[in-house]
Design a protein around this ligand. Structure first.
Ligand code: ZN
Length: 264
């Protein structure tokens, strides 16, 4: 029997309880630390959590592992208000409400869109183009702030246009500090200097001062924002930087995937 060790990089607090093979995908039963207090959405009572669980497992998409989709499986947790008896979801810290994928899956989708398009990314991930478009809209609407302790030395800013059905332009700030692992840091609506400023504004001043190089499309108004907000950074001209790295990272994982995982 083939055995494969999965090297998982999990968000803080998330632990794996059990692994399950799901056809050509990986299933990870996970747990996360529940909040101890909750505020009722209806009557605003703030009190210690009165926990309720349902038997239905939640299954949400996370990053690929060894070139195959991985899904997190967990039991939904609810808080029951002692005053008005409303039952409300305790939303896990790794996803937003009413979606079936993690925040980091969202950022990965946005990164894959650089130099590609909705249809192509949807096909590669086995999801719908509508889901890809929704992810981009959610990412531009409610950004997760960048961890202020993160050390960022090299960044890229790219422009993305979803023109087919949605007519949406966004600027994407990417962390290129580890060339093998580009990561999306921030996404903002627009393709002008203001959009680039909005992205860079997600970094603290100390973080911006640590940046040594930035890669932006030539002629883009992003340059002006970088010049001002990244005082110690040099511009590097490399038009296809991020796209290339994102796609190589994905392809690299596929190449490393041992045949044994398919047979289980
Ligand atoms: Zn209440």
């Amino acid at each position: 029997m083939a055995s494969v060790t999965l090297d998982l990089d999990l968000p803080e607090g998330v632990s794996v309880l059990r692994y399950r093979r799901l056809g050509d995908a990986h299933g990870l039963e996970i747990a996360w630390p529940l909040p101890t207090r909750s505020t009722c959405d209806r009557c605003r009572l703030d009190e210690p959590v009165h926990l309720e669980r349902t038997a239905n497992p939640q299954v949400i998409r996370d990053l690929d592992v060894l070139g195959q989709p991985s899904f997190w499986i967990y039991t939904a947790a609810f808080h029951r208000c002692a005053r008005c008896h409303r039952r409300q979801h305790l939303i896990p810290p790794f996803k937003r409400k009413d979606v079936s994928y993690t925040f980091r899956f969202e950022r990965h989708v946005v990164g894959m869109l650089i130099g590609s398009n909705e249809e192509e990314v949807a096909r590669r991930l086995g999801v719908s183009a509508e889901m890809v478009a929704l992810i981009v809209r959610n990412q531009t609407a409610a950004a997760k702030p960048v961890d202020p302790d993160r050390v960022i030395t090299d960044v890229g800013i790219d422009e993305l246009s979803l023109r087919k059905r949605h007519k949406l332009y966004v600027a994407i700030l990417t962390d290129l500090s580890d060339p093998d692992r580009p990561e999306v840091l921030a996404v903002a609506k627009g393709k002008d200097e203001a959009a680039a400023r909005a992205c860079l504004g997600q970094l603290t001043q100390a973080q911006r001062e640590q940046v040594r190089t930035h890669r932006v499309d030539m002629g883009a108004p992003f340059n002006a924002a970088c010049k001002e907000l990244l005082p110690n950074s040099q511009a590097v001209v490399d038009r296809f930087h991020v796209a290339k790295q994102f796609h190589e990272a994905v392809d690299g994982l596929r190449k490393k995937s041992p045949g044994g995982t398919r047979r289980g």
